[in-house]
Ligand binder design. Structure first.
Ligand SMILES: [Ca+2]
Ligand SMILES: [Ca+2]
Length: 100
């Protein structure tokens, strides 16, 4: 879980912010989404995960959110980075979840 959180927390400040999420998703989706679509996904994810509404996702919020979306599966395993098929399935889940 901690590892997954660190992957998301690109600048290692202990919180996942809008900027962190944007960067990681940008890496993940490559050219499949425009920046605007990407930003919408980031915003929705933040709103969904940020329970105390301070605009960033703490480790606890991240854990709770992952229980819902199972995103942990793809970020907790390095398999994700090498497996295109695995990612595409996971991405489909995200799209369903967020009604994209
Ligand atoms: Ca951060
Ligand atoms: Ca928060």
């Amino acid at each position: 879980m901690k590892t997954a959180f660190r992957i998301y927390d690109m600048n290692n400040d202990g919180f996942i912010t809008n900027g962190d999420l944007f960067k990681i998703l940008q890496l993940l989706v490559e050219d499949n989404l425009t920046d605007i679509q990407l930003q919408q996904l980031v915003d929705r994810t933040l709103i969904a995960a940020d329970k105390d509404m301070d605009g960033k996702i703490s480790y606890e919020e991240f854990c709770n959110y992952c229980k819902d979306i199972k995103i942990i599966e793809m970020f907790s395993m390095n398999i994700f980075w090498n497996s295109r098929v695995y990612w595409e399935n996971a991405w489909q889940d995200i799209k369903n979840k967020h009604h994209l």
